[in-house]
Write a protein that binds this ligand. Structure first.
Ligand SMILES: Cc1cc2nc3c(=O)[nH]c(=O)nc-3n(C[C@H](O)[C@H](O)[C@H](O)COP(=O)(O)OP(=O)(O)OC[C@H]3O[C@@H](n4cnc5c(N)ncnc54)[C@H](O)[C@@H]3O)c2cc1C
Length: 433
């Protein structure tokens, strides 16, 4: 194999392409849209002359493969990590900060949990025990995180003000939906050592980050084609032989990475080569929405660059102007995860519901004039990490020789995240090689 085709220019496709190119393979990366990044892309919002992320993305420092990919592409400065985990929180007018401390090992969490004044002291001590238990394990793929928390005697307040926000932020699923093993995995990766959970914020629009792959491939004899929609993956005698674009153009290769989500993959695969049962399996994972409400104000509204809200319909609020070091109007993003309740509402209805909550939670923004708004809905932002979901993930290997899969829905061990996607790309490249 000297050449390979990668279908899909999201994080997984970018990672697969970079890994193959690094090993001397000439890669053609095909992306159907006009921009790179997939679910982590940005687009031009003409009305304000700004490039806006389709979804606000946050990393944890334990997302080591994303960090490595950004470094490989020469854009590591696109993410700014906190020196130490610090999460400003609001419950009504009450403020607190959940933070990590300089103590060694998992002890770094202790002062933060014991000082978490949205819970009763008794609840904080119980949370310390629960955190220790999570760090030790929590392996059930069939039990929900909430059922397990309740079995441990966690109070409703502790679940709603501490554990559920963690579940929603990291898994895009409430604790009563998320599998215990994935909740525990994220918790372990993030908190078992100091700094694993430091938050990383992108400092520039996402497509500009992922577009670094264009030069990276070009320098290694490869190329990126945008607006290149693959219509079919072609196979012959059980082996892949290339792809056909929507324009009818055929591109030949004996090595193809399909880095597209399962709901896009089904229509590309040759039925006779993979079989009906395989195609049916692609439709089993359920998907969960995220809704981002972009608001522009004439002055700053938040004290911090981001804040997590509890006891409110608001979840996480980001000051993108500060995160991107922009001058001019204040651009906030209200990021609503596990957002089923918002999907059927119109942008105006969503704003009417959330704007008063924003004003209540951030009295320091009083008098700030709303200049503009934009609502971006992602009905299929991430797959639902519910009990049994592991069985529905896809193996990177396919029944077709020379065709491997990448994407956050493949069996990465990670939930539906950039880190999972990037890892899947590296795995796919390794399998091809
Ligand atoms: C609003 C939102 C917020 C999120 N927040 C976070 C976060 O804070 N942290 C985090 O880690 N993760 C977050 N995620 C999840 C993260 O974005 C995804 O897990 C990750 O981007 C998935 O990457 P992927 O490459 O597997 O898939 P995708 O990003 O879906 O990439 C697939 C690509 O394939 C292309 N494609 C599909 N079909 C074809 C075809 N026929 N021909 C050519 N190209 C095709 C698509 O256009 C797309 O570019 C968030 C997701 C959303 C939507």
């Amino acid at each position: 194999m000297r050449e390979a085709i990668v279908v899909g220019g999201g994080a997984a496709g970018t990672s697969a392409a970079a890994s193959l190119a690094e090993r001397g393979i000439r890669v053609l990366l095909l992306e159907r849209s006009a921009r790179l990044g997939g679910r982590a892309a940005s687009f031009s919002f003409e009305r304000r002359g700004e490039e806006v992320d389709t979804g606000e993305h946050v990393l944890l420092r334990c997302c080591t493969e994303v960090v490595a990919l950004l470094a490989q592409l020469g854009v590591e400065e696109s993410v700014a990590f906190q020196p130490r985990l610090r999460v400003p929180m609001r419950s009504g007018s009450r403020r607190t900060v959940l933070r990590s401390s300089p103590l060694p090992g998992p002890l770094h969490l202790l002062p933060g949990l014991l000082g978490y004044n949205l819970l009763h002291v008794r609840e904080r001590w119980r949370a310390v025990g629960t955190a220790a238990r999570l760090l030790l394990g929590g392996s059930s793929q069939e039990e929900t995180f909430r059922d397990w928390l309740e079995r441990r005697g966690e109070s409703r307040a502790a679940i709603e003000r501490l554990w559920d926000p963690i579940s929603v932020a990291t898994l895009n699923a409430h604790a009563n939906t998320a599998r215990l093993d994935l909740a525990a995995k994220v918790f372990r990766d993030a908190f078992s050592r100091p700094h694993g959970a430091d938050l990383g914020f992108f400092t520039r629009p996402l497509s500009r980050v992922f577009s670094a792959i264009v030069l990276y491939l070009a320098a290694r004899g490869g190329a990126v084609r945008l607006g290149a929609r693959v219509d079919a993956i072609l196979a012959n005698g059980g082996a892949v032989r290339g792809v056909r674009l929507a324009t009818g153009e055929v591109l030949e290769s004996d090595a193809v990475v399909a880095a597209v989500p399962p709901f896009d993959l089904g229509r590309l695969l040759p039925r006779e080569a993979v079989g009906d049962a395989y195609l049916a399996g692609l439709g089993r994972l359920r998907w969960a929405p995220i809704v981002n409400v972009h608001l522009w104000f004439d002055r700053p509204v938040l004290e911090d660059p981001f804040t997590v809200c509890v006891d409110s319909r608001l979840q996480a609020v980001f000051d993108v102007s500060r995160l991107h070091n922009q001058t001019g109007a204040t651009h906030l993003v209200l990021s609503q995860s596990a957002a089923e309740e918002w999907l059927s509402l119109s942008p105006a209805e969503i704003e009417v519901a959330l704007l008063p909550e924003l004003r209540r939670a951030f009295p320091e923004g009083e008098g700030a004039k709303r200049l503009d708004a934009l609502v971006v809905k992602h009905p299929r932002a991430t797959w639902v990490p519910g009990p049994g979901s592991e069985r529905d993930r896809l193996s990177p290997l396919t029944p077709i020789r020379g065709l491997v899969l990448a994407g956050d829905a493949t069996t990465t061990g990670w939930p539906s995240t950039l880190e999972g996607a990037v890892r899947s790309g590296r795995t796919a490249a390794g399998l091809l090689l």
